[in-house]
Design a protein around this ligand. Structure first.
Ligand SMILES: [Zn+2]
Length: 79
């Protein structure tokens, strides 16, 4: 897997988890996640962070929070 694929996964992660991606892009991501433990871990981290936030009572994440989550994940991926 090339690093650019991983960058793409990070880029699409929020839309992926909110099921806003077209089916073909989703499938492409799923295939990548099957082979890339690093990205799979990012997905799991993101998902548990989002569900934690939602369990606090906010079902619709403010865009500010969404971008800070994204920034958090971006930092994680550049290490
Ligand atoms: Zn990857």
């Amino acid at each position: 897997m090339s690093p650019s694929d991983c960058a793409r996964v990070v880029d699409l992660l929020a839309d992926y988890l909110e099921q806003r991606l077209p089916a073909d892009v989703r499938m492409e991501l799923d295939r990548h996640l099957d082979r890339c433990p690093a990205c799979l871990k990012q997905v799991q981290t993101y998902r548990s962070t989002v569900s934690l936030l939602r369990s606090l009572g906010d079902d619709d994440l403010p865009s500010e929070l969404r971008s800070s989550l994204r920034a958090f994940l971006d930092r994680g991926s550049t290490n």
